[in-house]
Design a protein around this ligand. Structure first.
Ligand code: AMP
Length: 114
């Protein structure tokens, strides 16, 4: 199977602006940021979409949110506010089929999304 872009970033075959990494997770700046803060939080375990989640993935999903809130604090958007989003499949605009949590903030965000 062809590696996803995010797998190539995890394997250091592709450069990214990495802001956090531990044994389970990598987080880097979105190349097409839609806000002053736009970070992708990616598990090193390959899971193609939220539709493929298994109960054994509970911990990794929880850890992704802990990383998100820690980064939000570090980047000083915890008080002003931010959005955490998983896009799933076509209607939601998923383009990379390796799950990732978007952390978006640093400006007023519209709701509902388009
Ligand atoms: P999604 O549409 O939810 O699948 O999000 C995929 C995100 O990955 C988009 O916001 C892209 O801008 C971002 N992206 C694609 N390629 C790269 C890359 N090489 N480095 C960083 N972000 C990327």
């Amino acid at each position: 199977m062809e590696k996803t872009i995010f797998q190539k970033i995890i394997d250091r075959e592709l450069e990214a602006d990495i802001v956090f990494e531990n044994k389970n997770i990598i987080a880097f700046k979105d190349i097409n940021a839609i806000a002053p803060v736009h970070i992708l939080i990616v598990p090193k375990k390959y899971i193609d979409s939220i539709n493929s989640l298994q109960s054994e993935d509970k911990e990794i999903i929880g850890e992704m949110f802990i990383v998100a809130k820690d980064l939000a604090k570090e980047l000083k958007i915890d008080e002003s506010g931010y959005r955490t989003v998983f896009n799933t499949n076509d209607d939601a605009g998923q383009t990379v089929y390796h799950i990732h949590l978007h952390l978006i903030g640093g400006r007023k965000l519209d709701w509902p999304p388009g």
